[in-house]
Design a protein. Sequence first.
Length: 179
Amino acid sequence: MFRFLHDSHRFHSMMHGRGHGGGEGGHGRGRGPKMFDAGAMRYVVLQLIAEKPRHGYEIIKELEQRAGGSYTPSPGAIYPLLSMMLDMGHVSATPDGNKKLHTITPEGQAFLEENRQFVDAIMQRMTEPSSGRGDIRGAMHELKGAVITQARENNPSDARLAAIQAILRRATDDINGLD
């Protein structure tokens, strides 16, 4: 088990440069642009719960599916949001085994209807590829999956990890070389 953790960390460090921050001086670029800002996510999650009562994990998977696999919110984004909506009275939660089933309340439904135009625009944006970039997002998602699979398969050697890194650098250089 510890060998796996060591190899994962070695691969993670290799992929992100020096240490966890990546880049010079340990300051990386972060994870890139978010699909939603914190305020917009509230509307999306509430809309999903309005469609049918859902568990937190179901919300994460539904968002991933609707975004075509190009976006998956973290549990650290969804569960605190569900707690906030519960505190606001927009959803109720009932125990369902070791999970909570979230259902929209009349207050939550009224909030959605007051903001219907905004909610519909966000939901539309989530399912449409932006400016023809949907294929690029899909290709990036496939590349990420392939890199992760190959870097973790059969206790990868340093040579395999170096080969993956070289391929990614060539691809980066080729893309940056486009006019």
